[in-house]
Design a protein around this ligand. Structure first.
Ligand code: 13P
Length: 253
């Protein structure tokens, strides 16, 4: 049985004052029935880890470099994230793929660096609207899975997030059937490549305009083990409502 995961991605949002949201969130969920993860900007990782001390909240990065150290101005490495107290890292987010021209092979190299540093990799995949309109969604997702996920993952060290690009920050979401189709496909591809043990124990998150109002119906979809939440993770009240919906969702796996 897979433990559900509510993950928040603060993207390039958050100042020290926003750590008040962390205090409110951990107070609202002293013993959550799901795993909870927040991925703030790199500047807030260490203070968020300190603010989350003694709670069930895990803290993650939003990206890491493929090298452990070196002459890469402005970048952050996986051992640095771990050193700051992070336990997870988001990799291959569509905003990184678009803004920084990251391709599957870069994501795979970063994932190998993250695994070497003992971090759980939250690897993102997702199609553009043009790719969905051209009925290429599963081809795109399949290519991203095989290209981005390294061989050395386990059911613990890998989380896959399905984030259709056109649903991110738009208020639009796929139909529940479309979400189920992609999640079932990802599960099948993971089982085929890694075998049933890893394939069935890897958590699959849906991301893209998840809100308190639509969370429960999305969490009831087959092979949805949680969410990767952007905007609605910035306020404790919204993210808390999503966590509560996930705790109440049917068991998967
Ligand atoms: P929104 O929840 O703001 O649509 O963002 C989703 C996302 O990109 C999370 O990584």
């Amino acid at each position: 049985m897979r433990r559900k995961l509510a993950a928040g991605n603060w993207k390039m949002n958050g100042l020290k004052a926003d750590l008040a949201e962390v205090a409110a969130l951990t107070a609202a969920h002293p013993a959550p029935g799901t795993d909870i993860l927040l991925c703030p900007p790199a500047t807030l990782i260490a203070p968020m880890v300190a603010a989350a001390q003694g709670s069930a909240l895990a803290v993650g990065g939003q990206d890491c470099h493929a090298a452990a150290a070196g002459a890469h101005t402005g970048d952050v490495s996986a051992p640095m994230l771990a050193d700051a107290g992070a336990t997870h890292v988001i990799l291959g987010h569509s905003e990184r793929r678009q803004d920084h021209d990251e391709h599957n092979e870069h994501v795979r190299a970063k994932a190998n660096a993250a695994l070497a540093a003992g971090l759980v990799c939250v690897i993102c995949v997702g199609e553009s609207e043009a790719e969905r309109d051209a009925a290429n969604t599963l081809d795109i997702i399949g290519g991203q899975l095989s290209g981005s996920i390294p061989d050395g993952v386990t059911g613990h060290s890998l989380v896959v997030a399905y984030e259709p690009i056109w649903a991110i920050g738009t208020g639009r979401t796929p139909t529940l059937d479309q979400i189920g189709e992609v999640h079932d496909f990802i599960r099948m591809r993971l089982e085929r490549r890694f075998g049933p043990g890893i394939g069935r124990s890897t958590r699959l998150l849906y991301g893209g305009s998840v809100k308190p109002a639509n969370a429960a119906e999305i969490f009831a979809v087959s092979n949805v083990d949680g969410a990767l939440v952007g905007g609605a993770s910035l306020k404790a009240s919204d993210f808390s409502a999503i966590i509560t919906a996930l705790e109440a969702a049917p068991t998967q796996g």
